[in-house]
Design a protein around this ligand. Structure first.
Ligand code: ADP
Ligand code: MG
Length: 251
């Protein structure tokens, strides 16, 4: 349902004469239901990559496919969770989660059932009539996740979704995301510059090099869940990734 492939994807911004190459020749594939972390330094093209999969940006070269369909613009089968939540401040939690379903013109009763289900999934049932500014950061991000999942996407895109949260809330939300993903499996592409976040969450880690971003390495994470940060295998992978990333800082 949510197979993703990128083949020779590059992105150059700007007009001839003053261009910025953000990504060069990026190719990888994700299986349906796979959880992928895109890991790299600030400025290496992570957001660009995600925006192209979302259809917000067009590749300068190469092709992105979801289930063999070339991506040519935004679509409900790919939804995004942003770092700053991007909730509608004038709308309640329930209205925020219902937004895409209204756009899809679902009848009110079907809409209500889907919204209730997703509020339950993110454990916000008691907060349906609150407004975003009445919620903590972690709760806002749960609303954003519910809104993104409510339209039944094949691929969930997340751009540093927990970057604005304090450490403790971030850890809790990472566990919550894994719980939600295991309950309702979905292909996930999550952008992060945190090595720990990548290892805690992902089946596959795509490491990008710095400027312009290219694939440094694609690794499988063969650690059982929940991941034990003190296990020798976790620490060995962390050390290895730190080496890869540090090589980029030095370069
Ligand atoms: N709309 C844009 N126009 C011009 N340059 C851009 C644009 N968006 C990003 N860039 C440039 O592309 C590079 C990658 O940016 P970005 O994808 O945001 O990286 P990351 O998310 O990894 O921090 C940076 O050099 C950035 O300045
Ligand atoms: Mg970014």
């Amino acid at each position: 349902m949510g197979r993703v492939s990128l083949a020779g994807v590059s992105k150059t911004y700007g007009d001839p004469g003053q261009t910025v190459t953000a990504l060069t020749n990026v190719s990888f594939e994700l299986a349906d239901g796979e959880f992928c972390a895109i890991l790299g330094h600030s400025g290496c093209g992570k957001t660009t990559l995600l925006n192209m999969v979302a259809g917000f940006e067009t590749p300068s070269a190469g092709i992105i496919r979801v289930e063999d369909q070339p991506v040519s613009g935004p679509g409900w089968e790919r939804t995004m969770v942003f770092q700053d939540y991007a909730l509608f401040p004038w709308a309640t939690v329930r209205q925020n989660v219902a937004f895409g379903l209204e756009m899809k013109k679902l009848p009110a009763d079907a809409r209500a059932a889907i919204v209730d289900h997703h509020l339950d999934l993110v454990e916000l049932t008691g907060f349906a009539d609150r407004y975003p500014d009445q919620l903590s950061g972690g709760m806002r991000q749960r609303v954003a996740i519910a809104r993104a999942l409510a339209v039944s996407p094949r691929v969930l895109l997340m751009d540093e979704p927990f970057g604005a949260l304090d450490d403790q809330t971030r850890r809790y939300m990472q566990e919550e995301l894994v719980r939600i993903w295991r309950r309702e499996p979905k292909t996930v592409m999550l952008v992060t510059h945190s090595i720990d976040e990548a290892i805690l969450l992902a089946d596959k880690i795509v490491v990008l090099s710095s400027r312009p971003g290219r694939i440094k390495q694609v690794l499988s994470v063969d650690l059982e869940r929940p991941r034990d940060e003190d296990s020798p295998d976790y620490l060995a992978l962390k050390r290895y990734l730190r080496g890869l990333i540090h090589a980029e800082t030095a370069a």
